[in-house]
Design a protein around this ligand. Structure first.
Ligand code: CU
Length: 109
């Protein structure tokens, strides 16, 4: 009986996690692979959330908007992601913290 209860609780959590992912499923995806952002330049509308997904096998990266964040942002590992929502139009260059040559640009219309 107790095991059944725990099982039900686990199912409850799984469903909640999935629902959470669905609600943010409208994010625009930028993939990170082979030490590059794909695409390197992305144009979005105001209010869009961009999700950078690390698709490397082993390598961690970061998404660092130097002009917005004075301190370098956290690294994230394969199968992890980071998100940012853009509420003002403009051009936002970024780079990977540990890999200076990895650069990207977000254009918000
Ligand atoms: Cu990197």
């Amino acid at each position: 009986m107790r095991q059944l209860l725990i099982g039900l609780l686990l199912i409850g959590f799984a469903v909640t996690a999935q629902a959470g992912e669905d609600s943010s499923g409208s994010a625009v995806i930028v993939k990170i692979k082979d030490f590059k952002f794909h695409p390197e330049t992305i144009t979005v509308k105001k209010g869009t959330t961009i999700r950078w997904v690390n698709e490397e096998k082993r390598q961690y990266h970061s998404v660092w908007f130097e002009q917005l964040d004075k301190e370098e942002t956290d690294y994230f590992f394969p199968e992890e992601y980071t998100e940012k929502t853009f509420t003002k139009s403009g051009k936002y260059p970024y780079r990977c913290g540990p890999h200076e040559k990895m650069k990207g640009l977000v254009i918000v219309e």
